[in-house]
Design a protein. Structure first.
Length: 233
């Protein structure tokens, strides 16, 4: 078996990108596809993923009673991530699961680094500490012009209309800096990152993602549960 980024039996796929690019739709769709094929799969998201991390999510995204500096924000997100990795992601990977995660540590580099201007080297160090060195095997960047993404998300002429968070209210330039940071990370690690135009047809995007993930699973000899136990699908 070809080992993944973390030499664990499972496979870790992360969806990243500006708000409104379709991460939640496409990560849910991939999860459903994997389940249909009888892979042991788990869907999760950040910020959040455990009860404690969900409490921190609420503070970071919606609390307006406390002044939270960019540094404190990065630390809160990292604390949530550490709990999520320790309690949910690593155990699932160790059990051989395909873990599908809607955002991960790359968002901290993009938003708190690119967006808020914190030092990217410091954030990489913080990410290494909070995740104990866990990397994704594959990062899917659903890339979209933030103005279009925000329109979709905030429902201004798009099909969005979901609840807004503090990040989305930081303006389009903040989002543009975050997007640039995502694109830079992708260009630095082209083997790990798959960049997809988030404005394309959702069905075609879903098919492209399924093909790529299936190929990677085959390369690592990760097989559906039914195949490994000899059951007929
Ligand atoms: P997301 O869950 O994608 O938003 P929604 O609940 O509306 O679908 O992400 C919430 C916001 O958190 C998003 O604007 C990006 C931001 N974020 C950071 O700034 N840093 C991080 O490390 C993470 C994980 C998210």
């Amino acid at each position: 078996m070809k080992p993944g980024a973390n030499s664990q039996p499972g496979f870790f796929v992360v969806f990243e990108g500006p708000d409104g690019g379709g991460k939640t739709t496409q990560s849910g769709r991939l999860f459903a596809h994997l389940e249909k094929l009888n892979y042991e799969a788990k869907w999760t998201r950040e910020p959040g993923g455990t009860a404690l991390a969900d409490l921190i999510r609420e503070v970071v995204l919606h609390d307006t009673t406390h002044e939270i500096s960019p540094r404190v924000e990065a630390l809160l997100l990292s604390a949530a991530r550490s709990q999520h990795v320790e309690k949910v992601i690593r155990p699932a990977l160790e059990a051989g699961c395909v873990v599908v995660c809607d955002r991960f540590k790359y968002s901290t580099v993009a938003y708190q680094g690119g967006g808020s201007g914190l030092n990217v080297g410091d954030l990489n160090g913080l990410n290494k500490f909070s995740t104990d060195g866990l990397d994704a095997d594959l990062v899917i960047l659903l890339d979209i012009d933030p103005s279009e993404g925000l329109c979709r998300k905030l429902g201004l002429g798009g099909a969005g209309g979901s609840e807004t968070n503090k990040m989305e209210l930081r303006g389009v330039e903040y989002q543009e800096r975050a997007r640039e940071q995502f694109r830079q990370m992708a260009s630095e690690s082209p083997d790990r990152w798959l960049v997809i135009d988030g404005t394309g047809c959702a069905d075609e995007i879903g098919d492209e993602i399924s093909r790529r993930v299936t190929k990677e699973l085959e390369a690592r000899s990760i097989v559906p549960t039914s195949a490994s136990t000899g059951r007929l699908i």
